[in-house]
Design a protein around this ligand. Structure first.
Ligand SMILES: Nc1ncnc2c1ncn2[C@@H]1O[C@H](COP(=O)(O)OP(=O)(O)OP(=O)(O)O)[C@@H](O)[C@H]1O
Ligand SMILES: [Mg+2]
Length: 301
């Protein structure tokens, strides 16, 4: 199985190519019998204990499937089977898994499945400053959140997923380099797996670009911050840890805390912090950049 659907991914077999790759990004898995030769039927449901399920693509509401134009690698077959291939990374708020969706006709894609934990399973809690200016749509949900009931906890995980989903859809639609959002289902987002050379792409913090690529990377991220700000948003947690380096292309991830620069009174502070975090990484690698200058340049007038 290779991670072939991304245009920037090679066709290298991921289970074999480990030379020169950070072991963090090497994952082992045993391919399970796919549906290719065994089309599912009502009496032949996937074995959930082996990490399989039927596709959930058509179970979610319309707005919970990704925006158009839908990339052709998105598997929409109602008979597709999802197979979990392993954990990509466990984070403070969510775990990211590799998930293969395979149709009976043999077409398949591997996605990143980000699953938010309910609040009691998190190791990190964001300050309320992020959500200032946001509202919970249904009052029944507001009450459940306040009571911290089981329903309330599920809503809290779902809310972060939904916030990230909305941001991914908006960013992708205006052409910003974010993973294509495939679907959101409760606290799980399926999105494009950002891959390079047959592997999940490393974080910017893990790569050591040469001088030219460093300048090119900075140019790309400056454009991202600037376009976001012009649209009225700040990432809110932008750093070399939330940027993936797919060869010469940077992709921004981890967007649940997107800050509305207009309605959030601390919006400018978040934008400044994003500029500072990004600039300090580039400065440490020898690029002559200045966070105040970047902030002034990207701040909408
Ligand atoms: N679409 C993707 N393609 C490839 N890798 C991804 C993708 N999304 C997430 N990852 C990997 O999973 C890690 C965690 O994702 P993310 O930052 O969104 O979650 P998080 O819970 O905030 O994690 P952390 O606490 O590490 O910041 C990323 O650093 C990256 O290595
Ligand atoms: Mg992160």
């Amino acid at each position: 199985m290779s991670l072939q659907h991304q245009d920037h991914a090679s066709t290298t077999d991921t289970s074999r190519r480990t030379d020169g790759i950070d072991p963090f990004f090497v994952f082992d898995y045993v391919p399970l019998d796919g549906p290719d030769d065994r089309p599912p039927d009502p009496g032949d449901e996937p074995d959930q204990s082996s990490g399989q399920r039927m596709t959930t693509y058509w179970d979610v509401e319309k707005g919970c499937r990704g925006p158009d134009p839908r990339p052709d690698w998105v598997v929409t077959d109602a008979g597709a089977v999802d197979t979990e291939l392993g954990v990509l990374k466990t984070g403070k708020e969510a775990d990211v898994f590799l998930l293969e969706r395979a149709a009976p006709d043999g077409t398949a894609s591997v996605y990143a499945a980000k699953r938010y934990r309910s609040p009691e399973h998190r190791t990190f809690h964001r300050s309320a400053a992020y959500t200032t200016g946001r509202r919970v749509k249904r009052s029944r949900d507001t009450r459940a959140l306040e009571r911290k009931s089981a329903h309330g906890r599920a809503i809290a995980a779902g809310q972060w997923a939904m916030a990230e989903w909305d941001a991914l859809c908006r960013y992708w639609t205006v052409g910003l380099p974010v993973p294509y959002p495939v679907q959101v289902d409760g606290s799980e987002i399926l999105m494009e797996l950002i891959a390079y050379d047959g592997q999940a792409a490393p974080r910017l913090s893990q790569v050591r670009p040469d001088t030219d690529l460093l300048a090119e990377y900075f140019h790309q991220i400056r454009t991202v911050i600037s376009v976001m700000a012009a649209e009225g948003w700040a990432h809110g947690d932008l750093s070399a840890y939330n940027i993936l380096a797919a060869g010469d292309r940077l992709v921004v991830i981890d967007l649940p805390q997107v800050v509305d620069l207009v309605s959030n009174p601390e919006g400018a502070d978040f934008l400044m912090r994003d500029c500072r975090n990004v600039c300090s990484w580039f400065q440490a690698r020898g690029l002559d950049v200045d966070s105040q200058e970047l902030f002034a340049e990207v701040t909408p007038t």
